[in-house]
Structure formats: structure tokens, C-alpha cells
Ligand binder design. Sequence first.
Ligand SMILES: Cc1cc2nc3c(=O)[nH]c(=O)nc-3n(C[C@H](O)[C@H](O)[C@H](O)COP(=O)(O)OP(=O)(O)OC[C@H]3O[C@@H](n4cnc5c(N)ncnc54)[C@H](O)[C@@H]3O)c2cc1C
Ligand SMILES: *[C@@H]1O[C@H](CO)[C@@H](O)[C@H](O)[C@H]1NC(C)=O
Ligand SMILES: *[C@@H]1O[C@H](CO)[C@@H](O)[C@H](O)[C@H]1NC(C)=O
Ligand SMILES: *[C@@H]1O[C@H](CO)[C@@H](O)[C@H](O)[C@H]1NC(C)=O
Length: 590
Amino acid sequence: MTTPHTIQAEYDLIFAGGGTAACVTAGRLATAFPALSILVLECGPTTKDKKEHIQAGQWITHLAPTTKTIQFHIGKPSEHVAGRPFVVPSGRCVGGGSSINFMVYNRPAASDFDAWEADFGNAETYEIDPKKSTHGSDGPLKVSFGSEVTQLGKELKETGAKFEKNRPESDECNAFDVESINKFFIMPKWISKDGRRSDIPHNYIYNNSSKKLFVFDGTLVNRVIVEDGVAVGIEYQFDNRVHESAPQDIRVVKARKLVVVGAGALGSPLLLERSGLGRKDVLEKAGIAVVAEIPGVGENYQDHAFLYTPYIVDPELKTMNSLLRSDPATWGQTFREWEESGTGQLGANYIDGAIKMRPHPEELPELGPDFLELWNSTLANHPDKPLIWASAVAGTLGDPSSLPNLNFIFSMSLLGYPASRGRLHISSSDPLAAPDFEPGFLSNPADVAALRWAYKKGRELYRRLPSFRGVFFPGHPKFPAGSAAAVEETAPVPLDAPKIMWSAEDDKAIDVFLRQVVTTSGHSAGTCAMKPFDKGGVVDSKLNVYGVKKLKIVDLSILPSNVNSNTYSAAIAVGEKAAVIIAEELGGSV
Ligand SMILES: Cc1cc2nc3c(=O)[nH]c(=O)nc-3n(C[C@H](O)[C@H](O)[C@H](O)COP(=O)(O)OP(=O)(O)OC[C@H]3O[C@@H](n4cnc5c(N)ncnc54)[C@H](O)[C@@H]3O)c2cc1C
Ligand SMILES: *[C@@H]1O[C@H](CO)[C@@H](O)[C@H](O)[C@H]1NC(C)=O
Ligand SMILES: *[C@@H]1O[C@H](CO)[C@@H](O)[C@H](O)[C@H]1NC(C)=O
Ligand SMILES: *[C@@H]1O[C@H](CO)[C@@H](O)[C@H](O)[C@H]1NC(C)=O
């Protein structure tokens, strides 16, 4: 049996989990404090120099059922999602989500977390316009439109603005403000102009200048060791999913200064609970001694409910499908093009046209009574908050081989501030045991109402796109016979064609459909919230776990409330802010 990594007995800082935010923090601190020894333990594989993580267009390959870089977390079946066992993915590799995500560049509203606004922009270089005051110009992560913008994206932007008369076009919808709302735009990407994914490891870790930064893959952290109220180290074992023949004994490594948990919103609460930090009844049921009672651990789970629906488009419209359906010879040509110039399909993500949509006052009645409480509590007084992020992928999200040989696109609607909440707890002290996971999707009817509205808005727009050739009904609600929504169309209707008159039965069909198909965005957050202890908080505003010294959490589990955008930008902000906080505590700065 071979030991995959030589791990010393002690380091200054230990990171448990080597995902997005943790790698930002570790990389920043390694540069600022070259004398500091830093250990990062990640259960997934390394991504160093691997094409599937560098070539932007390979994002879709990580979703394959045989994937080794994504973990699928299986939730309990729920009546709210038609009895489905709801499945949520997260990155499982060095860099976590940053190494496998769809690279959509989206930033939240200023009101989502005002205090951190100043830190946004620090991490990026906005290649689209380096002089823009709302974006960074000298950060390690590149933001551009990638190697190509699809015709579909252009059609959505142009047709959208013509059809939705009070939702014009814009070239900036990520300025955190009211001006970013209700405009059609082309989505920037976390992709450099030369077609490379702007992940964290290749920009913060693998090119480090420190001799004392160690990032080890295939190493699973079992628990944090807390002695007399102080985190002194961790227990780990090598992960056989990465290092097949590694020894399986449990080992200990000590931290001189700090332990940072960065296992993600679906990992960190479980790690805390295995360490005796959490809800008393949960720990007792799993046979774990209580070290500190923290009732909020694992509660407050949030994600962005996500709807994607297929439309048939002109066979000539460029989509990802031809490559996804094609033989490896075609891939060879595409690989060569990327190697030579960073261009072609592998330098892009094929997600372009988008809008951050918020109902105008006169549209509120369309959302129905179930929606009003969410509107009043979360959106009404914050005009910078959108309800839905709507976009489309030029192709299928996954393997198209089970679909008929037509050209498809998928519309995407992401709910910015779901009212539903879930929870996640350990079921045993074994780190490989499946947890008790209740994702909670659609448990609040406001979320169904919001997505019903999004579905209808999408139908009206897509049937007007120049490339529209039909609704692919097997992927849509089962509308009653005779319904206007069930009429087959094979070509676009004029902009001023009458809108579909939705009946109460149509609405019911949409609601049934939503419960059957709504899925996750992979934007898990909130399970170790940064808020007061007596309000269910787990960490304080310096990211310290309540009741334990020298233990912080750095990942999206700390979000006390949601951000409307795709969450990579928020994870980077958490990582950058954590580096500032820890540097100050070490008596320096980053
Ligand atoms: C499929 C998918 C697509 C996405 N697309 C986009 C997008 O287009 N745009 C966008 O902005 N956002 C997107 N996101 C979201 C974004 O990538 C994530 O929100 C973000 O990366 C989360 O960062 P994090 O630091 O909280 O956790 P993560 O990056 O998930 O890091 C947690 C890490 O901890 C490791 N870990 C867990 N438990 C242990 C343990 N016990 N021991 C050792 N290691 C452990 C995990 O393997 C993982 O690497 C997507 C997410 C997914 C899953
Ligand atoms: C690593 O690369 C990024 C750009 O990709 C750069 O900004 C950063 O300074 C590099 N780090 C070191 C230590 O060279
Ligand atoms: C840090 O950079 C050096 C080369 O500069 C490299 O050998 C080492 O593997 C890097 N460390 C990590 C954790 O990637
Ligand atoms: C929402 O606010 C409006 C206007 O203040 C009020 O009339 C309505 O009763 C509220 N509805 C709910 C469900 O809170």
C-alpha cells in the first residue's frame, strides 16, 4: 500500500476542504505570509493541468453519471417535488465548484450583502472593458465573453427587448444596482479571452510563490479535534475514490494557529457535527459526544430552484448538440482549434442571452396570491433585487442522445430568493455515510408561483425568436386538450401576435409539471449561517465558530440569506474577505 502524500505532524494553518473559497484564502495567505506553513486537504482529485478543467467548453463533461469530479447529494423524497429523491451536485476536486461550474459570471444585488460590496471586483480582471469602475482590472480571474457568443444569445437579447417593451437592451447588468434589473444582455463568463476557465486553483494555487503551501488531493477530513474549547487539529484518511490502494487508517495532523473548514454548504455542517459541534439530538442519535451545542448547524439550507425547458430550433442554429452527438474525430478538430488559438466551442460555454427579471407593479397580479408574502418580505423594498435570472443554453444540459435528432436549446429560469428552506445533518459518525438531507425545494408555494410566472414569460418570448421551430412538448407541462398553450407551432409568431390566454387548468398543469421537473442550480448555501447565535447562527462576523477558539468556516455555508446571482462570485468574495480577516489576526495584511 502506497501513501499518496507525505503529511507532516503539524502546520500553522489547516484547511479542511479545498474548494472555491478555501483555495482563494489559502492562496492569498501563502503569498502574503511566505513563512507560514499551510495545509489544504481536499477529498477529490487534483485538477492541475487537466484539460477537462482548463478548456472552458468541457464544463458539460463533468455532469456525466460516471463523473469523478462532482458529488451528487441525494435528498429524501418529498411530496413537494412529486415524490422525487431530489439530487444536488457540488464540485468534488481541488477548487471545488470553481473547477467544474458552468462559468456564468453573475453578481448579486448590492442589497444582498452590502458590507462586502467593496471586496467585489478585487478578484477579477474584466477583459470586456478594463476601465469600467464597477469591475476589477488587475485581478487573477479573467472575465470575458469567451471565444464566441452564440446567435441564440443575440436573438434573445434583441427579440427580448423588442417584445418586452419595458425591458430594454443593455451591455452592463452586473453593476449591483437597479440599472442591472429588467434589461436584456449578453452574459459575461468566468472564461479568459483565450478560452480558459477562470478557476481558482490555476490562478491562486498551482502557480504559487510559497514553498510552504501544500494542497493534497484524495484526503478526506473526518473531524476537527477540539480540546478545551480550542481547535487543535484534524483527523483524516486517504480517500479510496481517488487513491485506490492508499491505507485506510485514521491519522491526525495538528494546527498551530488555526483550522479553517471549507467543505462547502453540503460538507461543512457534516464536518462540524462529526466534531461534536451541532444540534444535541442530531449528535446523540449519531453517537457523537457533544463538544459545543450549536443548534443552527445544518439548518437554513438554500439553493436556487432551477427550471429548464426544451425548445426546438432551426437546424442551422449553432448549438453544442452537433459536437455532443458527434464522433471523437470531430472532437479532435475542436481540440486542435482550442490548442492553436483558444477559439471554437471549447473556449465558450454557450450560455449567452440573459435578463435579471423583476415583475413590474402591473405584472404582480399575474403572480397570484401565494407570491405576495415573499414579495412583501424580500423584494418589494429592494428594487435592485430580481425575481428570476432567465437565460438559455444553446444545446442540451447533458447527453442529447436520448432525445430525437432535432436541434434543441433549453431555456433556464433560476429563482433568486426562494422562500423554501431545507436542512442537512449527519446520520452517523462515518464520513462516507449518506447524510439526512431534506433539500426542501418548493416546500413554500411562493416558489411555485414565481416559477410558473417564469415559465409563461419564457413561452411567450421563445415562440417569437427567429430560430424558434416549436415547443418540445415532452419536456413541457401536460396542458389540457384545447388549451391555447397546447397548440403546436412550427415557426415563430410575430412580435405582436396575441399572447396565450392561460386558464386555471393551464396553471394547474404548470404547477404539477414544476413539482416533477424543477431541479437545483448547484448553488447550495446557508447551512452554517453568519448571524447571531440566538438567531440560529453558527459563525460570527469574523467567521469564528461560536463556542470554539481557532476555528473558522470559509465557504458558502456562511451565507445568512441568499444572493440572487449564480454563486461563484459570492464564494470568491467570501474567500477574499476571509483572507483579509485572517491576515489581520496574524498581524499583517494580504
Ligand atoms: C454543476 C454546477 C454548476 C455551477 N455553475 C455556476 C455558474 O455557472 N456560475 C456561478 O457563479 N456559480 C456556479 N455554480 C456554483 C459555484 O460554483 C459554487 O457555489 C461555489 O463554487 C461554492 O464554493 P464553496 O467554496 O462554498 O464550496 P465548494 O467549491 O463546493 O468547495 C467545497 C470543497 O470541499 C470538499 N470537501 C467536502 N467535504 C470534505 C471533507 N470531509 N474532506 C475534504 N474535503 C471535503 C469538496 O470536495 C469541495 O471541493 C455551479 C455549481 C455547480 C455544482
Ligand atoms: C498566478 O496567476 C495569476 C493570474 O492567472 C496572477 O494574477 C497571480 O499573481 C499568479 N500568482 C503568482 C504567485 O505568481
Ligand atoms: C506551488 O508552486 C510550486 C512551483 O512554484 C509548485 O511546485 C507547487 O506544487 C505549488 N503548490 C501547490 C500546492 O500547488
Ligand atoms: C403585501 O403588502 C401589501 C401592500 O402593503 C398588502 O396590502 C398585503 O396585504 C400584503 N400581503 C401579504 C400576504 O403580506
